[in-house]
Design a binder for this molecule. Structure first.
Ligand SMILES: *Cc1c(COP(=O)(O)O)cnc(C)c1O
Length: 401
């Protein structure tokens, strides 16, 4: 069969518009397409490939587990799931874990749990969910409605109710809106899709206090920030604020689909037998791979490496900006960074992305004004430097065009 990009349009639902080239192989922070052209990968599968492509330890775990036990369903438990849950509990504030397969599923579980908890403990009318504009929480109908871009949830008919959105970092707006009818506040501890926006310390601490005051659960969506991305194992650890529920996915499996919702025993007990579930959730193959990811990422060496590599990226991007003056700011944390276009290049992030691909560099955007970088956490310094050279060529082209 001749596999081409055109065939994609023939046989796929048209909800995506992927690049023209088709990658066929990856190793570390490098990718190769059908024509054998090599790319440096600063996109990391959208903050997923924490250990790059085909990391030997993950390949080894996958092979070993693949020859041992793949799947059982939740009628039976399995050793990899219990081991992974124990390690997540030991490494975080949490006491209980629920596994799903995607970020949206972990958030769906978190939101349903928050609703159930409020119903059991307080009253039927404590069901308001407060979320933030430009936030992103997945594409199921509940999670996409909770997300802060109406454009993603419009056009599907009536939406789940009592979900309100306010500006991120606007504590006064939250104070006005939150009440004893609020069951949960959900936020990313660094907005990813929404443009790489960090919360102020005052804001996150204030959100925590307001949630406590009104018996609302605080849900941190760490689907993008979790598992080492910001240089802490989870972003909450660098903020000094502990959520009631935390969701994580992307990096957790390092490229194998898995997600987790973490919470306390007192909250978890409201998900009684039969109240929620997933066929694949906690699958042994996925949990074995995620355990290896966690073992490697949750080390001082890797987490310190993220902070050191962040500096390399920041210095490189600042140097490019001194020459070409196209960014107003480099922002984000760890290896989740955004180069924000200044007024002269406003709305043109995609042009930079396309120019970078022409220079054999994969990067991402986060909205129309931000070029986003979310590479492997163990990308070598040489790959960062070479990638930045390619990025500079791309910037030069856009600036001259
Ligand atoms: C990617 C993302 C999601 C959705 O995850 P899926 O695995 O695509 O369902 C949810 N929340 C955040 C913050 C994300 O970045």
């Amino acid at each position: 069969m001749n596999i081409t990009r055109d065939l994609f349009d023939d046989v796929m639902v048209p909800n995506y518009s992927p690049a023209a080239m088709i990658p066929v192989k990856g190793l570390g922070a490098r990718l190769w397409d059908q024509a054998g052209i090599e790319y440096i990968d600063f996109a990391g599968g959208i903050a997923v490939n924490v250990l790059g492509h085909c990391h030997p330890a993950l390949v080894n775990t996958l092979k070993k587990q693949g020859e041992t036990l793949w799947h059982l369903s939740n009628v039976l438990t399995n050793e990899p799931a219990i081991r992974l849950a124990k390690k997540l509990v030991d490494a975080t504030f949490a006491e209980k874990v629920y596994f799903g397969n995607s970020g949206a599923e972990a958030n769906e579980a978190a939101l349903k749990l928050a609703r159930r908890y409020a119903l059991d403990r307080f009253s039927e009318d404590k069901n308001q969910i407060i979320a933030f504009k430009q936030g992103f929480h997945g594409r199921t109908f509940f999670t996409v409605t909770v997300g802060g871009q109406a454009a993603y949830s419009d056009g599907f008919g009536p939406k789940p109710g009592n979900i309100d959105h306010i500006e991120y970092n606007d504590l006064a707006a939250l104070e006005t809106l939150i009440s004893d009818k609020t069951c949960a506040v959900i936020m990313e501890p660094l907005q990813g899709e929404g443009g790489i926006v960090s919360p102020s310390t005052k804001f996150v601490q204030g959100v925590r206090e307001l949630c406590d005051k009104h018996n609302a659960l605080l849900i941190f969506d760490e689907v993008q920030t979790g598992v080492g991305r910001t240089g802490d194992l989870f972003a909450y650890m660098g903020l000094g604020v502990i959520p009631d529920i935390l969701t994580t996915a992307k990096s957790l499996g390092g490229g194998f689909p898995i997600s987790a919702m973490l919470t306390t025993t007192a909250i978890a007990e409201h998900l009684k037998v039969g109240s929620h579930g997933s066929t694949y959730g906690g699958n042994p193959l996925a949990c074995a791979v995620a355990e290896t990811v966690l073992d490697i990422v949750n080390t001082q060496e890797v987490l310190d490496g993220v902070k050191q590599k962040e500096q390399l990226f920041r210095q490189g991007l600042e140097t490019i900006n001194q020459k070409y003056t196209c960014f107003s700011e480099i922002r984000g944390k760890g290896l989740l960074l955004g180069a924000v276009l200044n007024d002269k290049y406003a709305g043109r992030a995609r042009d930079f992305l396309v120019a970078a691909a022409d220079e054999q560099l994969m990067c991402l955007i986060a909205g129309a004004n931000v070029i986003r970088f979310a590479p492997s956490l163990v990308i070598s310094d040489e790959d960062i430097q070479q990638g930045l050279v390619r990025f500079e060529h791309a910037v030069a082209k856009v600036v001259k065009s």
